[in-house]
Design a protein around this ligand. Structure first.
Ligand code: HEC
Ligand code: HEC
Length: 427
């Protein structure tokens, strides 16, 4: 059907209309995404073999790694049935290998709702990697030699190298909820046997994925660096986890299918009441002030959003935090262009700027901006100096932390709370 439409569009010279959205298609696409991981030939975002089995067998009694640690320190998301989203135990050559999937980062909670396709507000990759590496080292010493064969040792090696690679204080995230793209950049250096330079970390919040079908046409990531038409960058995290270019080619079709399915994601609808009259006034203000960058909004016959591509704004105009843009230097661009995957992982744009994101489902996407520095929309509309500088992310997705007045994360604002949070932040 899709192919037929595209052919017709080519022949007639018109644009193919956007996909038809529905609750059913949204459900199907999200179910498939929940199951997505690219474990392959003992490689990927993995943990030492047997670790999860050991955990399930012993730990409820020992209580070393409990829900509190996984949720509050590592920032893992528990779905509606109290399972960790995106954690798998894959059978492989007689072992079970703990594997992490896309939704570990690409799902979250907002006002107490589990939302697939929302960026995880709490994930702490550095902390998790360090703890895992410690646990894996212990587990390595604990296992009797009889349990190890060549395949076991190879997988364990991959797992421990992955945790070690992510444990680097120079490149790791400095707070929860931000992911340093330095680790992904690192792959392009490693694959050409070059030292990963100690430049910027490039910390970003994890973006929402609804509307991505239209977004990828104009560029991938917050700055438009990746070419989303070529569909391929989505596996970049797997490359950072030690996948080989050959493995990526082998499952490229699955990656493509997964990225295309994101076109069907719907945003979470606002779960609280809103004042219709105020909203009408707001719409006018928005159209006069914000729409020139953030675009206009319509719904289709069924009431679903009509997705459009976001507009890209030069950094000189928006002038938000520059740190993330420092990662796109010429040296790196060259490495992307000469990498063994340069035919599928390509650059769209290498200029300084950010997309003005489309705002569907924006109520759930706090804290705001690409660096997650602003807790509510109310604060975003204040001068930067007036915004709270410090806020805690603990339980950020739970109902009690949703601020319906200011729209976003409820934070402590008094000078006393601010200085208490500051002391904790710089410890
Ligand atoms: C460690 C956390 C993490 C994992 C795991 C992860 N991602 Fe991402 N993803 C990110 C971050 C962070 C960004 C934004 C990077 C930026 O804007 O610079 C991103 C961006 C994306 C984008 C581009 C979105 C846009 O608006 O341009 C897509 C598509 C995507 N990821 C798909 C995937 C898929 C598919 C997987 C599983 C193979 C995956 N991601 C696994 C953190 C993650
Ligand atoms: C000159 C263009 C421009 C105008 C005008 C503008 N914005 Fe933005 N807006 C941006 C850009 C670019 C970003 C992304 C900046 C970043 O992440 O560093 C952004 C980010 C945002 C975000 C954060 C989205 C998220 O997911 O984190 C919100 C919310 C927002 N703008 C609302 C508004 C509102 C409301 C108005 C009108 C009062 C407005 N903007 C006017 C360019 C603009």
């Amino acid at each position: 059907m899709r192919l037929w439409l595209m052919v017709l569009a080519l022949v007639c010279g018109i644009q193919a209309s956007a996909v038809e959205l529905s609750l059913e298609a949204d459900y199907q696409a999200k179910e498939a995404f929940l199951d997505l991981n690219f474990f392959s030939e003992g490689r990927g975002m993995i943990m030492s073999p047997g670790l999860i089995d050991m955990y399930e067998f012993f730990v409820p009694g020992l209580g070393v790694v409990n829900r509190e640690l996984m949720q509050s320190s590592w920032g893992l998301v528990f779905d509606d049935s109290s399972q960790v989203a995106g954690l798998f135990n894959e059978p492989y050559k007689g072992m079970n290998v703990g594997t992490v999937g896309c939704v570990v980062c690409h799902s979250s909670r907002a006002a107490g709702q589990f939302v697939v396709g929302l960026g995880n507000k709490n994930v702490d990759v550095l902390r998790m990697a360090k703890d895992l590496h410690r646990i894996e080292t212990w587990w390595d010493g604990f296992r009797p030699d009889g349990f190890r064969n060549a395949s076991y040792l190879a997988v364990e090696d991959n797992a421990m190298n992955f945790a070690k690679y992510l444990s680097d204080d120079r490149l790791g995230n400095m707070t929860q909820g931000l992911v340093p793209i330095a680790f992904i950049r690192g792959w392009f250096y490693r694959v050409q046997n070059l030292e990963v330079p100690e430049t910027s970390r490039g910390q970003v919040k994890i973006p929402h994925l609804w509307g991505y079908g239209e977004k990828r046409k104009v560029g991938q990531f917050c700055d438009g660096f990746g070419d989303g038409e070529e569909v391929g960058w989505a596996v970049a995290v797997e490359l950072a986890a030690g996948q080989t270019p050959e493995a990526v080619r082998a499952y490229y079709d699955d990656v493509k299918e997964a990225e295309l399915a994101m076109e069907y994601f719907l945003p979470p609808s606002y779960p609280f009441e809103h004042d219709v009259e105020l909203a009408a006034q707001g719409r006018k203000l928005f159209e006069g002030t914000c729409a020139k960058c953030h675009g206009t909004y319509q719904r289709d016959k069924k009431g679903f959003p009509v997705y459009k591509s976001p507009k890209w704004i030069p950094w000189q105009v928006v002038k938000t935090d520059y740190e993330r843009l420092r990662t796109n230097r010429d040296e790196f661009t060259k490495l992307v262009e000469t990498s063994p995957l340069s035919d599928i992982i390509r650059i769209k744009k290498n200029e300084d700027g950010f997309f003005a994101p489309r705002l569907e489902g924006v109520w759930s996407r706090f804290p705001y901006l690409h660096n997650g520095s602003v807790p509510t929309i109310w604060d975003l509309l204040q001068p930067a100096k007036k915004r709270p500088k410090y806020f805690a992310l603990r339980d950020a997705g739970e109902l009690e932390r949703f601020d319906t007045e200011r729209l976003g994360l409820k934070v402590k604002r008094s000078p006393a709370s601010q200085s208490r949070l500051r002391r904790r932040a710089i410890r």
